[in-house]
Design a protein around this ligand. Structure first.
Ligand SMILES: Cc1ncc(COP(=O)(O)O)c(C=O)c1O
Length: 412
């Protein structure tokens, strides 16, 4: 007999909670106490943050790493270090957190939106090519949800047009493209340790680079424009204090010990879900490209094609929630539809010139935002295989009950 949907007063597939985030224990407690008792709470005094810089850069396969206060200023610093200036254009995707684009504005340049691919949710190389003008200076590909962007194609475009590539790897700690860790492929990489991220200290960010000169510029900009070998009160470039504290460095040193096992667990579960959910009609799953040798799974991203599935996305998401599977529809709008861009509320950043964001149109991004997108959070993928089976059973049940669900949606 068909099971009644929990949304319509049937029994839910599960009532147990999925794993909580962040994961922490004695190690984090000891690290915090160690930082506290050292009396060295600032980066210039202690060794926690500099130790983390060395270890996380190595983990991502990069020569250099600079820990900063968040993953927004890491992008801004990278753009400043690349020499981006007023009137320059930087190509970004519209399906990402605000910061990918606003960091360009606050670096006094112009973000230009290029569309994503429907199946990977990553920047489309063809759309990048189409967005290039004589003013283009950089590209910021986002490894969306932990799936590496098409870096070979992007680096080839960058080489042809002499552009800087800054990987926004805020979702992609530990992810690999053709065996190389993200953040070590472009000219610079940017990470976030904000509380939802797969490696977290509540807030925090990181810049990776292989080029010593770029790294030195980032290091100077994050530290009030100082340079090694010069006096504390000698400042060489426009900059600020963007240093991460020792408390955050201490937490990150402990969290980094957990990261690799967590990346493996999320990937095992993500692959399991892809294998089990792949045959449900109208349910699209973020493609696992052949070049992705390790998915970071910050998000498990899916698409509901209402017609093929047999029920509209909002109803499907509500029905899954009622079955005990927490989910999100994802970013509600392409970034260029945000009031900030529509009204060009750029404050003092006069370097953002030229583009009329009202005329911007990225159809794939609009399809994902307005019609099809859906996410499960990374913490869910830290569960057991039995937890994943519940997710499969919930999707299967909602699909089986699609006609009833569609009737319910029409009655709302
Ligand atoms: C893709 C992306 N880039 C940049 C950021 C900015 O990071 P933060 O919140 O640490 O400033 C985020 C954070 O949500 C993000 O998801």
């Amino acid at each position: 007999m068909a099971q009644q949907l929990a949304l319509l007063n049937g029994s839910p597939i599960r009532t147990a909670a999925f794993p909580a985030w962040p994961v922490f224990g004695d190690e984090e407690e000891r690290a915090l106490i160690r930082a506290l008792r050292s009396g060295k709470w600032g980066k210039q005094d202690g060794t926690e943050t500099t130790t983390f810089e060395r270890d996380f850069a190595k983990y991502q396969g990069a020569e250099h790493g600079i820990a900063v206060v968040n993953g927004t200023v890491s992008l801004q610093i990278a753009l400043m270090a690349a020499g981006i200036q007023a009137g320059d254009e930087v190509i970004v995707p519209p399906y990402t957190f605000l910061a990918t684009a606003t960091a360009v504005v606050t670096a006094n340049a112009t973000p230009v939106f290029a569309d994503i691919e429907l199946d990977t949710l990553n920047l489309s190389p063809a759309a990048i090519e189409a967005a290039i003008t004589p003013r283009t200076r950089a590209i910021i590909p986002v490894h969306f949800g932990g799936l590496p962007a098409d870096m070979d194609a992007i680096m080839a475009i960058a080489k042809r047009h002499n552009l800087c590539v800054i990987e926004d790897a805020a979702h992609a700690h530990g992810a690999e493209y053709k065996g190389r860790r993200v953040g070590s492929i472009g000219h610079m990489g940017s990470f976030s340790f904000q509380s939802s991220k797969n490696l977290t200290s509540g807030e925090g960010g990181f810049i990776t680079a292989n080029d010593a000169d770029l790294a030195a510029r980032c290091r100077s900009i994050h530290n009030c424009g100082r340079r090694p070998g010069h006096a504390w009160y000698e400042h060489f470039v426009i900059s600020g204090n963007f240093r991460l504290s020792e408390f955050q460095g201490a937490i990150l040193n402990a969290q980094l010990q957990r990261l690799d096992e967590q990346v493996r667990r999320r990937e095992t579960n993500g692959k399991y879900l892809i294998a089990k959910l792949g045959s449900i009609p109208g349910l699209g799953l973020q493609s696992y490209t052949a070049d992705c040798t390790r998915h970071g799974f910050h998000l498990f991203s899916f698409r509901i094609d209402a017609e093929a599935f047999g029920a509209p996305r909002p109803a499907v998401l509500r029905a899954l929630e009622a079955e005990g599977i927490p989910n999100f529809c994802g970013y509600p709008d392409p970034l260029y539809k945000q009031p900030l861009f529509v009204k060009r509320e750029f404050g003092p950043f006069a370097g953002c010139t030229g583009i009329d964001y009202v005329a911007t149109n990225c159809p794939n991004c609009e399809t994902i935002c307005y019609q099809q997108g859906g996410w499960l959070e990374q913490r869910i993928l830290l569960g057991t295989q039995a937890d994943m089976d519940d997710i499969v059973r919930a999707f299967t049940k909602v699909h089986e009950q699609r006609a009833t669900l569609a009737d319910w949606a029409r009655s709302q």
